[in-house]
Design a protein around this ligand. Structure first.
Ligand code: NAD
Length: 331
């Protein structure tokens, strides 16, 4: 099949070219993000292959369908950026990569927790300046802390396994309980109890109307003073302005973000010579107890390889008129 791969980075080309040896599709790589304006690049292609910050709204879908695109192949698990109703209305098949390596995201989550708790980012900067003073670097043991996991699916379960190994108490909140998490000693509680009783809160639920801004001023008021919040899920689970206020009062003791609600215009690009226009994001970067990474939690060899392999297998199944099992339909 002819695939137009949007938001292409050099690593996409490397991993997709390797995975494509088993499939023989014709892949055109476009650096542009998919929008209605860039959709004409897909002219004459059967498949548009998109990543998390490609904007696949109804308008873009109409533009793609008008140009003969019949399938949307998502290189992601999350699909909040795709208008599934619009895709169905135009007869486009949509398939995602439901699981690649939950460990990649879970391990990055653990990395953020450890870096924040032991102030490794600050220690690194100090030592490079020849400053070996310890004042200001005091942390807590992770062992014995209570970790509240919101969303206990594949990634939440891998996070639970890591922090169970650290000797933490595990609290969980999900609309559907995961027996594997309960088996690790996780106690499922209501969201308010999780907010009240957790030292560390980590988010692993998808972005939906129900989870949008679930960490807002009201939720922050219920949390322990000095709580650590980690978000490696989707930016809009957190009301950034509210969390900034809570960082200023000390209610939030530290914050680790791999995702940001307005990340589309920032992440995945080198912005180092530009002036960042997003004042909320810029304010976040001023706190010594905040670490932001640019949506890289998935970025391991194992995960990117699996993304390429599953995406192309989804396309091959579509070509053969078969189901990959990874198709998405509107609820
Ligand atoms: P999953 O489907 O296995 O698990 C998601 C869990 O969230 C499920 O158990 C589901 O029941 C639960 N959930 C749904 N609605 C909820 C609600 N309203 N409240 C509480 N829980 C709810 O998905 P996963 O593979 O574990 O991925 C989780 C999320 O991580 C994805 O949706 C995606 O947004 C994000 N993600 C981020 C990266 C990254 O690089 N930062 C990479 C992959 C995935």
């Amino acid at each position: 099949m002819k695939i137009a791969l949007f938001s292409a980075k050099p690593y996409d080309r490397r991993f997709f070219d390797a995975a494509n040896e088993a499939h023989g599709h014709e892949i055109a790589y476009f650096e542009a993000r998919l929008t209605c304006e860039t959709a004409p690049l897909a002219d004459g292609h059967d498949v548009a292959c998109v990543f998390v910050n490609d904007f696949v709204d109804a308008a873009a879908i109409v533009c793609l369908a008008d140009r003969g695109v019949r399938m949307l192949a998502l290189r992601s698990a999350g699909f909040n950026h795709v208008d599934l109703e619009a895709a169905e209305a135009r007869g486009l098949t949509v398939a995602r990569v439901p699981a690649y390596s939950p460990y990649s995201i879970a391990e990055h989550t653990a990395g953020l927790v450890l870096a924040l708790e032991r102030k490794i980012h600050r220690a690194h900067a100090r030592v490079r300046e020849g400053n070996f003073a310890l004042e200001g670097l005091l942390g807590h043991d992770i062992r014995g802390r209570t970790v509240g996991i919101v969303g206990t699916g594949k990634i939440g379960e891998a996070v639970a396994s890591i922090f169970s190994g650290f000797g933490c108490n595990l609290l969980g909140y999900d609309v559907r309980e995961n027996p594997a998490c309960a088996g690790m000693g996780m106690t499922y509680v209501g969201l308010e109890t999780l907010f009240r009783d957790s030292d560390i809160i980590t988010l692993h639920a998808p972005l939906t109307p129900e989870t949008h801004h679930m960490i807002n001023a009201g939720a922050l008021d219920k949390m322990r003073d000095g709580v650590m919040i980690i978000n490696t899920s989707r930016g809009a689970l957190v009301d950034t302005a509210a969390v900034i206020e809570a960082l200023k009062t000390g209610r939030v003791g530290s914050l680790g973000l791999d995702v940001y609600e307005e990340e589309e215009d920032l992440f995945f690009e080198d912005q180092s010579s530009r002036i960042i226009q997003d004042d909320v994001f810029s304010r976040l970067l001023t706190f010594p107890n905040v670490i932001v990474t640019g949506h890289q939690a998935f970025f391991t060899v194992e995960a990117v390889q699996a993304i390429a392999e599953t995406t192309l297998a989804n396309v091959t199944a579509f070509e053969n008129g078969e189901s990959s099992g990874n198709e998405l339909v509107p609820k």
